[in-house]
Structures are given as C-alpha cells and as structure tokens.
Write a protein that binds this ligand. Structure first.
Ligand SMILES: NC(=O)c1ccc[n+]([C@@H]2O[C@H](COP(=O)([O-])OP(=O)(O)OC[C@H]3O[C@@H](n4cnc5c(N)ncnc54)[C@H](O)[C@@H]3O)[C@@H](O)[C@H]2O)c1
Length: 451
C-alpha cells in the first residue's frame, strides 16, 4: 500500500488526511495515511484530540463527522509529531501554514521554508510533494524547489515530483462538500509530477479529469488562489466605501444594492457587513505585493488590492466609531451582549473575527461584555465561554454579528429600553420590523437609513 503523509493538521490538513485515509477502491482502502503536526503546544494539543478518538474541535459539519467517525472506527486516522514518518512516504501533502507579518509587512517565508527543509531532509527517491498552502506567487518555483533539490542532492537522491495545488475548503457546515466536490487545480512544471498528482487527487476525491485544471507552473496555481481571494476582498472594500457614503447621507444602501442586483451582470454584488475575518481573506491579498517584492524582485505595488485590504482592516473600527458618534453616552458603561463571534456564519472558526474589534471597542467604553454563540462555545480571544440561552435578558446593548442558522429559531428576549445593533444582516424582516416598531428599543441596522 502506498503511503501518504500530511504535514500540518489544521483546517486544511485534517480534512486532507481524512479524505486520503478514506480513499477506497471497491472495499479496499487505497493508502496508508498519517498526519504530522509540529511538536509545539498547539500541535500536541491537536494530536491529543485526534488520538483520543474524539471529534476535533474545529469540525462542525455533520457530513464530515460521519465520514471521520467511520474512519476512526476502522483505525484509519493516525497522527504524530515524528518527522521520521516522512522517510518512507510516497506522497506528501503540505498543509502547514505560511503566515503574514502585519507589522513588518512581509510574508513569513522563512518559517514556511523550515517546514520544507524538514521534509526534504527525510524523503526517499521518487516522492511526490503536493503543496496546498496558500503562498505568495513564485514561492514554490523560486524557493521551495531549489531547497528540495539541494537537500536531496546532498543525500544522493535525484528524483522527486513537485506541484502546487491550492485548497478551497470552507470551515463550517460545508466543510466536507467544500473539499469533496470542488474543482482541483494543479500547477506543475513537469508532466510526471502532474500525472502522479492527478492520480492521487482523482483517487482521493473520486473526481474525473474534467474537474482538474492543469497549469504549466506552480506559480500559476499560487496566483490563481491569490487573485480569487483578492477579488473577493476588493469587492467587500468597494461596498464599504459606499456604505460610508450612504450612512453619512442617510441613504438606504441595501435597498440600492437590491435594485442593482436585478441586472444579471450585477447579481452577485456584495452587501455591507461588519468586517472581513478568517485566516485567508485577511492575509491572502497581501501575498500579491509580497510576491513582487520578496520573490520576483519587481515593484508591482498592487495599489487597488492594498487599498482594499486597508479599507477592510479598518472596516469594523470605522463602523464602531460611527456608532459611537451616533449613540454617544448611551453606549458607555453598559452591559453588552455580542450575539455570534465567529468570523462567518455556521462555523466555530474565530480567527481574526471582527467580533474581536467590537469586543475591544466596547471594553474601552468601560462596558461589561458577554457573548452568546453556541456554535463557538469557548472563545479563545477572551478565554471564556458563551453565556447560556436562559441568560440573555438582562443587557443594555445587544450586538448581532453573525447569522448562524441556529439563531433563526431563537427570539432574543431583549430587555426593555435596550439598544439593538444588527451589524451583519442577521435578523429577518419580521424580527427587524418588530424592533423598529417598538417604542422600547433603539436600534441600528447596518446598510440602512438609521434615522
Ligand atoms: N482554513 C481555510 O479555510 C483555508 C482554505 C483554503 C486554503 N487555506 C490555506 O491552507 C493552509 C493551511 O490553512 P489552515 O487553515 O489549515 O491553517 P492552520 O493554521 O489551521 O493549520 C496549519 C497547521 O500546520 C501546522 N504546522 C506548522 N508547521 C508545521 C510543521 N513543520 N510540521 C507539521 N505541522 C506544522 C500548525 O501547527 C497548524 O496546526 C494555509 O496556507 C491557508 O491559507 C486555508
């Protein structure tokens, strides 16, 4: 049986390991699979969870959990910190992270390179390396490949296969299908690497060739991912610009956008929102300029993308500042409940969530805060647990931030004379009308007139 090793067991790696472990031909499993985590506090915590046979905390998708539980029963899920497991791997999926240093304005390439060093010092002849990490375009070609080559040559090994194949998984309730049913992209400089990578991806995801896009270079796959996420980030920033204008001039932006969506060519225009969060959209657009300055030796400044990222970075703070000047003393020294704190709906992923900025904002106004989010449960940012459903009725301010599906059937028992903010279109028309009609509440709805 061929052996697959997965490096990094975060959102991407855990799913990749599970899909590889579950790949079958007829009744027979196809690969011997093991995941490798970093020997760090975080890495060991992940391993403890996986090896305890409990469901990993990051998963809240029932389809994935069913798949995962069956594999646990069949003893197919294995994870370790032992880097010797790379030695006899036939294929390695690199799912470790490449982060961005927001202070130095640089991609943290050195850290990522270390992950590749570890692999290339261990692997055997003819190993296939598929890099799934989102990277500044050019990284695989200009840095990764030379390192692999150098380290293999030192050990007298000549053959290896290398490609970049980015990931599109979405944390949350679509975790399983956002991985299984999507088009795959492979960027590789040589036909053999491409052939091997295609075979594995076809086996693992049971996809046909027409669902695989091939590029002649890893850089094109890397670029594809960065454009995809920069496009989304830029669209969000564009709407934020108009939100500010409409808010200042008391116009109903959402009504205007609804009208624009009637044009077929414009039907996916974004709506306003509280901010951009998550691990990807916050950093990926910045990899464009990082590529140019750190890898290509060029001076492409990507002014539009950079400006969009800047707008997005300030968005939550700008919205909260508007609220501050509108509500003045009414929001100082109050009891505040944040409703939903993940970075998007139906996930427990809170990385770079706008809720952090909202929390800090009210904290500075000497407010006492709690949060209600049964999907998240424990929020690392404030080291605390969500308040219980029975304890929602005694707040001065309610801030709706995330539209989890499970909130649809919950009627928050707002206290009389409280203020209600809906900063992410989380309330349906009925709930919204009720608030607006009531003489007991003051309210603010993002993207609306808010007289
Ligand atoms: N999360 C998403 O929704 C998503 C979607 C598409 C693409 N991506 C990209 O995929 C990559 C991984 O994302 P993620 O969300 O899984 O990140 P993550 O931070 O959750 O997981 C990465 C894991 O790699 C581990 N790691 C780091 N160095 C290692 C090493 N030397 N050996 C073994 N393990 C190591 C870390 O401890 C961490 O647990 C990133 O490049 C990200 O941009 C993420």
């Amino acid at each position: 049986m061929k052996k697959i090793v997965i490096q990094g067991l975060g959102y991407v790696g855990l799913a990749m390991m599970t899909f590889c472990a579950g790949a079958k031909k007829g009744n027979k499993y196809l690969y011997d699979v093991i995941g490798i985590e970093k020997n760090s506090y975080k890495g060991r915590k992940i391993l403890k969870k996986i090896n305890s046979k409990n469901n990993p905390r990051i998963v809240d998708d029932i389809n994935f959990l069913k798949f995962y539980s069956k594999l646990i029963k069949d003893k197919r899920i294995k994870a370790t910190t032992d880097i010797n497991e790379y030695s006899d791997a036939d294929a390695i999926f690199v799912c470790s992270n490449c982060d961005y240093n927001f202070v130095k304005n640089q991609a943290k390439l050195k850290d990522f390179v270390k992950n590749i060093e570890i692999i290339s010092k261990k692997i055997k002849d003819n190993c296939l390396i598929i890099i799934q990490t989102t990277l500044p375009p050019g990284t695989t070609d200009k840095i990764i490949e030379p390192i692999i080559k150098k380290n293999l040559e030192k050990r007298g090994i000549q053959n290896y296969y290398l490609c970049h194949s980015f990931e599109r998984i979405t944390p949350g309730k679509d975790y399983y299908f956002s991985m299984k049913e999507v088009q795959r992209v492979i960027g590789s400089k040589n036909k053999k690497s491409l052939k091997h990578a295609k075979r594995i991806l076809k086996n693992v995801f049971k996809i046909r060739s027409n669902k695989i896009v091939e590029f002649d270079t890893p850089t094109e796959s890397e670029t594809c991912k960065i454009i995809e996420n920069s496009y989304r980030a830029t669209n969000i920033a564009f709407i934020e610009e108009w939100r500010k204008f409409c808010s200042k001039n008391q116009m109903d932006l959402e009504k205007i956008l609804k009208c624009i969506r009637q044009r077929k060519t414009h039907n996916n225009i974004m709506r306003s929102g509280i901010g951009v969060g998550g691990y990807c959209l916050t950093k990926d657009p910045l990899f464009a300029k990082a590529s140019s300055s750190q890898l290509m030796g060029e001076k492409f400044n990507f002014p539009l993308t950079i400006k969009a990222t800047e707008v997005n970075q300030n968005m939550t703070f700008d919205i909260m500042s508007e609220i501050r000047s509108k509500f003045k003393m009414k929001i100082i020294d109050k009891k505040v409940l944040l409703i939903g704190v993940s970075y998007r709906e139906d996930t427990n992923d809170t990385r770079y969530s706008p809720a952090e900025t909202v929390f800090d904002f009210f904290k500075k106004l000497r407010c006492k805060l709690n949060f209600y989010d049964p999907v998240v449960g424990y929020w690392d940012y404030i080291n605390n647990y969500s308040v219980n459903k029975k304890n929602l009725n005694n707040y001065d301010i309610y801030v709706h931030l995330v539209k989890h599906q499970l909130f649809n059937n919950i009627n928050i028992p707002y206290k009389k004379n409280s203020i209600i903010f809906d900063l992410n279109h989380t309330l349906n028309i009925k709930k919204r009308e009720k608030i607006l009609k009531s003489k007991y509440y003051e309210s603010y709805f993002i993207g609306s007139k808010n007289k």
